[in-house]
Structure formats: structure tokens, C-alpha cells
Design a protein around this ligand. Structure first.
Ligand code: TYD
Length: 134
């Protein structure tokens, strides 16, 4: 199955502008427990570089763009998040990196659980080892 799972999101709205809605367990394939967003990202400064043992997330650039790189330990794929209706699922046990942030990028992330540092795998070799054992 493809590593890149994009949500099928409708862009609503009218002549006043666009409106995009994401609903728990409908558009988003889990119950959202946490929302966070990255702002003031720097040109040439990538972020991420970790995987999660259990957490599942959805990421979308509500403004600007960035390049999302995903790696499940067996294959790698990348996708430009360059539209507010282009949201990608970051599954558990997927190493992810965000590169090439544009100016004024706002990366919104919906997460299936609260923040828990114990759920992070921040070392790539440890990540590869765990994917091979699974
Ligand atoms: P981190 O997940 O490493 O950021 P990125 O993936 O964008 O590089 O988080 C950066 C810091 O913020 C780290 O010290 C953990 C903290 N943090 C929270 O306290 N709560 C959160 O919900 C998140 C995502 C991070």
C-alpha cells in the first residue's frame, strides 16, 4: 500500500472565501485529542526527524507549503503539502521529516493522542531496528 495517504477533503465556501472542515472519525481516520501547529519556520531548516510508536497524525499546510518525507523503514515517499485541502496521514511507525518550508507556512497537525515523549523514536537506527523486528 502507498505510504502517501491523502485525505479526500472538500473545499467549501463561496464568493466570501474558502472553508475546509475536518471531522473526527470521518475525514480524519481517528478521534482527535490534540491539535498543534508550526509557525515561523525557517528557510532551509527542516523539522520532524522522528517516528511515533502509536500516535497517528494528519498534517496540512493551511498556509504556504512544505515537503513531507515519509519512510516506513522499507520504502520512502514524499509529497508537497501545498494546498489547504491536501492533508496527509502520518501513520504510527513512519519516520517523517518536513523540508523546504515556504515563507509564512503554517503547518497544522491533528493528533490521535496527547503529547508523550515516550512515544517518540528520535534515532533513525533505532527506528530501522524496530521496523525490522515488527
Ligand atoms: P518535536 O515534536 O520534536 O517538533 P518537530 O517534529 O516539529 O521538530 O517537538 C518540539 C518540542 O516541543 C519538543 O521539546 C516537544 C515539544 N512538544 C510539546 O510539548 N507538545 C507537543 O504537542 C509537541 C508536538 C511538541
Amino acid at each position: 500500500m502507498s505510504l502517501i495517504k491523502l485525505l479526500d477533503i472538500a473545499t467549501l465556501g463561496d464568493e466570501r472565501g474558502h472553508l475546509i472542515a475536518l471531522e473526527n472519525n470521518r475525514d480524519v481516520p481517528f478521534s482527535i485529542k490534540r491539535v498543534y501547529y508550526l509557525t515561523e519556520t525557517q528557510k532551509g531548516v527542516p523539522r520532524g526527524f522522528h517516528a511515533h510508536k502509536e500516535l497517528v497524525q494528519v498534517a496540512v499546510c493551511v498556509s504556504g507549503r512544505c515537503l513531507m518525507k515519509l519512510d516506513d523503514g522499507f520504502s520512502e515517499a514524499e509529497v508537497w503539502l501545498d494546498a489547504p485541502n491536501k492533508a496527509v496521514v502520518i501513520d504510527k511507525m513512519v519516520w517523517h521529516e518536513m523540508h523546504e518550508f515556504s515563507a509564512n507556512c503554517v503547518l497544522l497537525v491533528l493528533a490521535s493522542d496527547f503529547y508523550d515523549e515516550q512515544d517518540y523514536i528520535r534515532n533513525y537506527d533505532d527506528f530501522l531496528e524496530l521496523t525490522k523486528r515488527a
